[in-house]
Design a protein around this ligand. Structure first.
Ligand code: 13P
Length: 255
């Protein structure tokens, strides 16, 4: 049985003054849930904007929760104005970093090659990359969902090798379901999750079995139970609902 993982992606939200209230509410809610759920391992993490990582560390250190960032440079150091390296994230005790989120791919022109390089950079710094994959509505309607997902996975496999996925997480986020209120049906999500697991299982059956695959895209307390009940869905990558403590805690409780 794979452990569950729920990751909040704050995106470009949060303020210095209000973050501690949200972080503390989530931390104390999670500690109550953890006390009640003996035996089931549910890791909960938050990916915050860079300037707030110190606050995340201050609020969450010593708890069962982890934290991380939403992007990382493909470079380790040097004259790369505006970039943030993996080792800088490690300085703030980040455990996870998102790589290849669809908002990075579409609004910041991140190619499969850049995403593969960022995945490598994250691992060089000891971070666990959460590799985001997903198709657009046009791609889904054209019937090429599986081709897109396979291409996105293969680009990372080609550069990093399958062994790199032993210390990585994959998140399936259909682009058309992000922030739109439209969720993939549990069956649609399960189908793609099974395909992702199948692709990795072709490299190694053990790897396929172990890989944690998260679903993301308009996950809310009202739809989470059906989504998390699918056999190949190991948790969620939560955007909007991670900014509301009661909603995020309800999602974590479902896991
Ligand atoms: P929403 O949950 O707001 O749809 O965002 C999903 C997402 O992009 C998480 O990375």
């Amino acid at each position: 049985m794979r452990n569950k993982l729920v990751v909040g992606n704050w995106k470009m939200h949060g303020r210095l003054a209000t973050n501690p209230g949200l972080l503390d509410a989530i931390r104390s809610g999670i500690s109550t849930q953890t006390a009640k759920s003996a035996g089931v391992v549910v890791q909960v993490a938050l990916c915050l904007p860079y300037p707030y990582l110190a606050q995340a560390r201050q609020s969450l250190e010593g708890s069962s929760m982890a934290w991380g960032a939403q992007d990382v440079s493909e470079h380790d150091q040097g004259a790369w104005t505006g970039e943030v390296s993996g080792s800088m994230l490690a300085d703030f005790c980040c455990r996870y970093v998102l790589v290849g989120h669809s908002e990075r791919r579409s609004f910041f022109a991140e190619t499969d090659a850049i995403v593969a390089a960022k995945f490598a950079a994250a691992q060089r710094a000891g971070l666990i990359p959460i590799l985001c994959v997903g198709e657009t509505l046009v791609e889904r309607e054209a019937g090429v969902t599986h081709d897109v997902i396979t291409r996105q996975l293969d680009a990372v496999l080609a550069v990093n090798g399958s062994a790199a996925f032993v210390r990585a997480v994959v998140a399936y986020e259909p682009v058309w379901a992000i922030g739109t209120g439209k969720t993939a049906t549990p069956a649609q999500a399960q189908e793609v999750h099974a395909a992702i697991r199948g692709r990795l299982a072709r490299e190694s059956a053990d790897l396929g079995n172990r890989l944690q695959i998260l679903y993301g895209g308009s996950v809310k307390p009202s739809n989470v139970a059906d989504i998390f009940s699918q056999p190949d869905i190991d948790g969620g990558l939560i955007g909007g609902a991670s900014l509301v403590a009661v909603d995020f805690l309800a999602i974590c409780a479902a896991a």
